[in-house]
Design a binder for this molecule. Structure first.
Ligand code: HPA
Length: 276
């Protein structure tokens, strides 16, 4: 654990040597959702390969770089490309960047992902503001010795996603005319998509959207005392009785459409936060 704090310090030192800002928020941009990074002003881009202890992203649709700068005048760091458990990384590796964001000074984490929509009211490319989650990944990034300097042994999970930020996000979507739902996100390991029986089970346990990411990062964010705002984009419709084979190209095309919505919505949330 001593080792983890040292690793965080080393990553922070390299980022600080390249970018003098103190981020208010950290952003994690999911599969096909990197468009927002283009709106970052006074941008410094650091490839993950140049940050100590950052794993390197292996997924094609993920750029693998940390974008530092300002969004709506607010200093932020954004991950263009995240690490997935299914790529073979440990939960600690997947969540390391969240520790670094916190240590840089961020108090808020905004996470986005592409997800399968199981709620029959949801349509392709709809925005879902994540209201709560279910961890079905069979692992936990906090497993092992706890370092009290990083957070409590038994972090509370009664409100992992800030109700205040979620309300601002839903209001912002309304102002922009973007359809947005509230929903429960369930995380699975992947990399295979679910069977019809699995979608039926996941829906039955109360989930609205399913994906292969986000929950590890949110657990660590809560442990670290960050406020969290989460968004899913519905990239495929997962109704067990009308299931069609997924086509990753189609998913990426829908993600691009959803990403365009998030590129308008997230700055609006930041604007509304400033005046809140
Ligand atoms: N299941 C799991 N992860 C996903 C899905 C899905 O249907 N769609 C996008 N990510």
């Amino acid at each position: 654990m001593q080792g983890l704090v040292k690793q965080i310090d080393e990553a922070v030192a390299v980022i600080r040597s390249r970018w003098p800002g103190t981020p208010k928020a950290g952003l994690i941009l999911g599969t096909g959702l990197g468009g927002l990074a283009e709106q970052v002003n006074h941008k410094i881009v650091i490839p993950y390969s140049e940050i100590p202890h950052f794993p390197t992203s292996t997924v094609q649709s993920h750029a693998g770089q940390l974008v530092c700068g300002e969004l709506c005048g607010i200093p932020i760091v954004a991950m263009e490309g995240r690490f997935h458990f299914y790529e073979g990384y440990s939960m600690q590796q997947v969540t390391f960047p969240v520790r670094v964001m916190k240590s840089l000074g961020a108090d808020t984490l905004v996470v986005t992902n592409a997800a399968g929509g199981m709620n029959p009211h949801f349509k392709l490319s709809d925005v879902v503001v994540i209201d709560d989650h279910i961890n079905l990944m069979g692992d936990n990034p906090l497993r092992g010795v706890n370092d009290d300097k990083l957070g409590p042994r038994f972090p509370d999970m009664c409100e992992p996603y800030s109700r205040e930020l979620s309300a601002i996000a839903l209001q912002s979507a309304l102002e922009l005319g973007i359809t947005a739902h509230k929903g429960v996100f369930v995380a699975v390991t992947g990399p295979n998509l679910e069977t019809r029986a699995e979608y039926r089970m996941l829906r039955g346990m109360g989930a609205d959207v399913v994906g292969m990411s986000t929950v590890p990062e949110v657990i660590v964010a809560v442990h670290a005392g960050l406020r969290v705002l989460g968004f899913s984009i519905v990239t495929d419709i997962c109704l067990p009785d009308a299931l069609e084979p997924v086509d990753i190209q189609k998913i990426l095309a829908v993600a691009a459409k959803g990403g365009e919505k998030l590129s308008r919505l997230i700055p609006k949330v930041f604007e509304n936060l400033k005046s809140a």
